[in-house]
Each structure stands twice: as structure tokens, then as C-alpha cells.
Design a protein around this ligand. Structure first.
Ligand code: SF4
Length: 69
């Protein structure tokens, strides 16, 4: 993990809040869950990592607009 400024991450979520592999799921009650999409191909990563995630080998910066267009 490098490149994520820990001072700008939500303390209750940590790195998953700014990771391209995180998929946020909101249930009917408004609770948010962070699904790690790396878990689909790599068993080292839990499907729903316990939060906050403070260190993670799989973290990558969110995709830029250029990458997604
Ligand atoms: S790779 Fe790490 S930081 Fe990214 S979503 Fe998965 S657990 Fe969170």
C-alpha cells in the first residue's frame, strides 16, 4: 500500500474508502458494506473485510476518469 493519504481516509472505513477494488453496498436500512472485489480471485482478501482496513497489500488508487471512459 502506498499513495493513500491516511489523514484523508474515513477513520471508520480506512483504505477501502479509496480503493478501486472496493464495491460499496447499501442495504435498505442505509447501512454501508464494503465488498472487496479482489476476494473473487485472491483468497488472501476477505469478501467483506473487517473495518477499518489500515494496511492492505491489495490497495490501489481509485480509477481515474481517463481509465473509466
Ligand atoms: S484490496 Fe484492500 S483496500 Fe482494497 S477493497 Fe480490498 S481489502 Fe479494501
Amino acid at each position: 500500500m502506498s499513495g493513500a493519504d491516511p489523514l484523508r481516509l474515513p477513520r471508520d472505513v480506512g483504505l477501502c474508502a479509496r480503493c478501486r477494488h472496493a464495491h460499496v453496498i447499501v442495504n435498505r436500512k442505509g447501512s454501508k458494506f464494503y465488498n472487496c472485489r479482489r476476494s473473487r480471485t485472491d483468497r488472501r482478501f476477505p469478501k467483506y473485510p473487517p473495518l477499518p482496513v489500515l494496511e492492505c497489500e491489495g490497495w490501489e488508487a481509485p480509477a481515474t476518469e481517463e481509465e473509466t471512459s
